[in-house]
Ligand binder design. Structure first.
Ligand code: SER
Length: 337
């Protein structure tokens, strides 16, 4: 008899940490986590952790034989900047790892006669605008526009969205009478900002890095120009987006992939928010050509009206609330403890 569980890959990362804190209070079955890293001590009490790689076939086979998954939150990925150093490794993890888990989900959906939910965080990196004039001329992109990513990570995310669509609608060209397919659902996140963890390897990291450096009294040189504009979102809203999308009735979903966004600000405006809370902060701008090129190809903002319509998505943390109520007090606590 297999044990019922949900599986979270990449669980030791930023989204995983926040998701587990939330799920542990509400989910009664086992939470199985998989990551190359150990879980931190506080979180590890709440989960069963497997330390290992999503590319390890024998480990994944073992999971299939021991567990029945209601849902898989597949968070493991190499982010956009890191992936440019090792594109081949990024492809293996971001695409090969996703493929392996989609196969697992497909097998489990078939034998248990009920779809496994497969929740996938995609990204604004799935977009690629060719130049700054085009970026400014299209300030809020729809899901199907400008799907020409310039990074390995963006290509990986976009392709995995397509794979998810295949596994949920066209798997083996099964007929409508045999509808037991994976229930794949994806959100395209903007840059995420957590008060409790610091990102690594991403290209939207200049925002959170600025804030965490200021809270620690450390000077920080952002790797982008002051006018660089992309959307951001507070981590609690990102977790809500994953959970709300996962909970939505299937028949309400008109798409496989949804934009979610919160506030679009320039790097200079981000600095101004940080300075309001930490007036002594030393923040400068020293653009890195490659990382600047990546963020310039990402949209100023996305249009998330379909998520709002289909599953009542609405972020709780506007720019003001995000800084005043969530980021600043929690970050101050974090570095004064
Ligand atoms: N935050 C991610 C990155 O910068 C984008 O999804 O790579």
């Amino acid at each position: 008899m297999r044990k019922k569980a949900i599986l979270i890959t990449g669980a030791a990362g930023e989204i995983g940490d926040a998701l587990i804190h939330r799920l542990a209070d509400s989910y009664s079955d086992e939470i199985l986590t998989l990551d190359l890293q150990p879980m931190n001590a506080e979180v590890s009490r709440k989960v069963t952790h497997m330390q290992g790689s999503i590319l390890d076939k024998s480990l994944v086979d073992r999971l299939v034989s021991e567990y029945e998954f209601d849902a898989i939150y597949h968070l493991a990925a190499l982010l956009s900047t890191r992936a440019e150093f090792t594109p081949d490794a990024a492809h293996q993890v971001n695409v090969g790892g996703t493929m392996q888990l989609l196969e697992l989900a497909a097998q489990q959906s078939q034998w248990r006669g009920e779809p496994v939910k497969f929740i996938f965080p995609s990204s604004i990196a799935a977009y690629g605008l060719p130049d700054l004039d085009t970026k400014h001329a299209h300030p809020q992109v729809r899901e199907w526009e400008w799907n020409d990513p310039t990074t390995m990570y963006g290509c990986n995310k976009l392709y995995c969205e397509l794979l998810g669509g295949y596994y949920s609608k066209n798997y083996k060209q099964l007929s409508a009478e045999d509808p037991i397919m994976v229930d794949f659902r994806a959100v395209r996140f903007p840059g995420l900002i957590s008060a409790f963890t610091v990102p690594s390897g991403g290209t939207s990291d200049y925002g959170p890095e600025m804030l965490h450096a200021a809270a620690q009294g450390v000077p920080y040189a952002a790797f982008v120009r002051e006018d660089t504009t992309i959307p951001f979102m507070a981590m609690p809203d990102a977790v809500d987006a994953l959970l709300d999308m996962a909970a939505a009735p299937r028949e309400n979903l008109s798409r496989v992939v949804y934009n979610v966004t919160c506030f679009a600000i320039s790097a200079a405006e981000f600095r101004d928010q940080v300075l309001k809370a930490f007036p002594e902060a030393e923040i400068t701008f020293k653009p890195d050509v490659k990382r600047q090129g990546i963020v310039d190809s990402w949209p100023m903002d996305t249009d998330d009206s379909l998520a709002r319509k289909d599953w009542s998505w609405e972020p709780k943390y506007s720019l003001e609330r995000c800084f005043v109520e969530y980021l600043v007090p929690n970050i101050k606590n974090r570095y004064t403890d």
